[in-house]
Ligand binder design. Structure first.
Ligand SMILES: N[C@@H](CCC(=O)N[C@@H](CS)C(=O)NCC(=O)O)C(=O)O
Length: 224
């Protein structure tokens, strides 16, 4: 376990940042968090981030050579390998590979959900909702007893899906119900993730307001 000082360079709404925050919280690691204005990226951030994206993890090492990590899953895996707390990947190589595969699936599912949430017209919203729903149906088939993706133990797959499911607590409940109806396992999983302490703490108190403001600025048809 390392004792380097860790700083998560963030944006209050970013779901990829939330993955890293959830892992840090699950592992009980203390860390600082700095939010960046992505609409007006500061020079120091552009100098650190090769992709211009958050999250970044700054790792301050004893020998004074700070390191910067980018890409959310790379950050999560580094934390898994270097920090104590519960393991978020299976010990079994095959199960671990399956978890990683479903993480990839989670990233693609997040993209479908995001396009649905931000749709500005009915045709796009309907198409994206159907694509998102198809992905949830596939998940319904692979989920077992729950409450988490891999059963009773919270895993890295949960850290990836929790930020995605969070959106559906904030939009019109009738729309959410329509999307999740007939998917009992996915629905229970979503509920369990919403209650998880690390998931709750991964965003600020004003997250809901900020997200709704984002939808309004996008002129999304889902905006209030
Ligand atoms: N593949 C990246 C995606 C990160 C990402 O898309 N971050 C967004 C915010 S949620 C961002 O920084 N966007 C700024 C930009 O693209 O200019 C990861 O997993 O870390």
């Amino acid at each position: 376990m390392t004792t380097s000082k860790l700083t998560l360079i963030s944006h209050p709404l970013c779901p990829f940042v939330q993955r890293a925050a959830i892992v840090l919280l699950e592992k009980g690691v203390s860390f600082d968090r700095i939010d960046v204005d992505l609409a007006d990226k500061p020079d120091w951030f552009l100098a650190l981030s090769p992709t211009g994206k958050v999250p970044l993890l700054k790792v301050e090492r004893a020998d004074d050579r700070d390191a910067i990590l980018f890409e959310s899953m790379v950050i999560c895996e580094y934390l898994e390998e270097t920090q104590g707390g519960g393991k978020l990947y299976s010990e079994d190589a095959l199960s671990r590979a399956q978890q990683r595969a479903w993480i990839e699936y989670g990233t693609a599912t997040l993209a479908e959900a995001w396009q649905f949430l931000n749709a500005k017209d009915r045709a796009t919203a309907d198409a994206k909702r159907a694509a998102f729903r198809n992905r949830l149906e596939r998940l319904e088939d692979v989920l077992d007893q729950g409450p988490y993706f891999s059963g009773s133990t919270f895993s890295m797959v949960d850290a990836v899906f929790a930020p995605l499911f969070r959106y559906f607590d904030l939009i019109n409940p009738t729309v959410t119900q329509m999307i999740f109806q007939g998917l009992p396992r996915v629905s229970l999983w979503r509920e369990a993730l919403a209650l998880r302490e690390s998931v709750v703490a991964a965003v600020g108190r004003d997250y809901g307001r900020r997200f709704k403001q984002h939808l309004a600025e996008q002129q999304a048809i889902l905006a209030d």
